[in-house]
Write a protein that binds this ligand. Structure first.
Ligand code: PMT
Length: 436
């Protein structure tokens, strides 16, 4: 859909600039070419070298570079683009755009362009909500500038609210919508009513009310492998490290949920602020999950053994010289996810499973969501080459009743934070307690 389209990507300063690496990759794999312009502040967050490598084009930043002016004047930068995308757009660049300033290459190009401009704001929630920024956004909208985001969520500055830059795939979708004429009139998301800025202290503060969007929500998260005994010293298990499940428990707790983490044997540290229940087998895990009900949210990230040994031996199985090795008879384990997702008075409002697949990842995950009766499935490819089991990164698809969403490869912590953000969005912000 973007084949042959030329995107001029203008990066201003902000931590979200790191997401532009993935944005460039996503645009290029869809056939678009990307040329980058950096503000001086952006160059403090990402390097021209990395952008140049990903875009396979020169990166522009200096308004007064004689070489650039002779080879590619600022007018040409805009002339040779089909769409200008400002991402991340800081409060500062929005203000300069609204004022019509041209004090660096980025704003000069923006002032000189006759092309459409799409803006992906990224800033602290208070800056986004400040009347000056509101006025600048309104001015830009009235001039036809389109907006994507910002999203609401946990921010690098330890606050929660609108201000996070849209995810690369959301920006790509907005760009595609522009080229197919579906980009709606430039409407930034409405400001949330009530307490729109929510502080997120890393730990609950003694005596203070913690203002977190998942406060009053109870969550159960399963993590790690299970061990199915063969005899008292041997077991069947898998390579799950617990990194993904533990990160999810921590992310939900950071947003205020009361989390019970039911974990198989793992080496990773307990996440802060969660109740940890340690189990060995799938039977134990199911019992611990049931004991933790009622809950609003369940996330089953554990790699539960599908089978256990019928009649595991009470004593250590002996090697008898000349005798055949013992035959293990396997029987199915209970399905914890399906059991928690089954309808009934205690069914959590949101049941999320994982799908660990080595082939046909999305198709199998879609079928698994239906079969197990859960609301969402997070599908991940666990082929050995991916390093998903035990590794620090994960490439997932979020499968819901509304469709399948591909997420970029992220650190497991980032997958967890994004999933927690989706949970917040699912429940809305109505449960937020007013700031004191
Ligand atoms: O722990 P890490 O090293 O960080 O790796 C993370 C992970 C790869 C383990 C995790 O991201 C993941 O994919 N977890 C699910 C692993 C799995 O068992 O997938 P599955 O496709 O076999 O099962 C589907 C779902 O049913 C899962 O939510 C699983 O928890 C659940 N299940 C499976 C069997 C069973 N008897 N009971 C269950 O509840």
């Amino acid at each position: 859909m973007l084949t042959g389209k030329r995107i001029l990507l203008i990066l201003s300063g902000g931590i979200a600039a790191f997401k532009c690496h993935d944005l460039i990759r996503r645009l290029r794999e869809r056939g678009a070419s990307v040329r980058c312009v950096l503000t001086p502040a952006a160059a403090r967050f990402v390097t021209p070298l990395s952008l140049q490598a990903l875009s396979e084009d020169k990166v522009y930043s200096d308004l007064f570079s004689l070489t650039d002016e002779s080879e590619m004047g600022h007018i040409n930068l805009s002339r040779e683009a089909d769409l200008l995308v400002v991402a991340p757009a800081s409060a500062n660049i929005l203000a300069r755009m609204a004022q019509g300033l041209a004090d660096d290459l980025a704003t000069t190009v923006l002032l000189a362009t006759d092309k459409a401009v799409l803006v992906a704001p990224a800033m602290n929630v208070r800056m986004w909500l400040h009347p000056a920024t509101r006025a600048n956004v309104a001015t830009l909208r009235s001039r036809g500038v389109a907006f994507v985001g910002p999203n609401e969520g946990a921010m690098a500055c330890n606050e929660f609210g609108p201000g996070r830059m849209s995810e690369p795939l959301e920006i790509v979708a907005a760009i595609e919508a522009y080229f197919t004429g579906r980009l709606p009139a430039a409407e930034p998301p409405p400001l949330i009513s009530g307490p729109s800025v929510i502080r997120m202290p890393p730990e609950p503060m003694g005596g203070a009310i913690a203002h977190r969007p998942l406060m009053s929500r109870r969550a159960i998260v399963t993590s790690g492998p299970t061990r199915e005994a063969i005899d008292p010293v041997r077991y069947i298990s898998n390579h799950s490290s617990g990194k993904q499940g533990h990160a999810i428990a921590g992310a939900l707790a950071a947003l205020g949920a009361e989390v019970t983490l039911v974990t198989g044997p793992v080496g990773v540290a307990d996440p802060a602020g969660v109740k940890v229940v340690r189990v060995e087998s799938a039977d134990d895990m199911l019992a611990a999950c049931r004991a933790a009900l009622p809950a609003d949210i369940v996330v089953c990230a554990a790699a539960v053994a599908d089978w256990k040994v019928r009649n595991a031996a009470n004593g250590k199985l002996k090697k008898v010289p000349g005798a055949a090795p013992p035959a293990l008879e396997l029987v199915p384990n209970p399905d914890i996810l399906a059991s928690l997702a089954a309808s009934g008075p205690q069914r959590p409002a949101l049941v999320v499973g994982f799908a660990a697949e080595t082939e046909n990842v999305v198709a199998n995950a879609v079928a698994k969501r239906e079969r197990k009766g859960c609301d969402w499935i997070v599908a991940n490819d666990v082929s050995p080459a991916t390093g998903t089991f035990g590794g620090d990164r994960n490439t997932v698809h979020l499968v819901t009743a509304s469709g399948v969403e591909a997420w970029p490869t992220l650190a497991k912590d980032a997958v967890a934070e994004e999933l927690a953000r989706r949970v917040v969005r699912h429940f809305g912000t109505s449960g937020v307690v007013a700031a004191s």
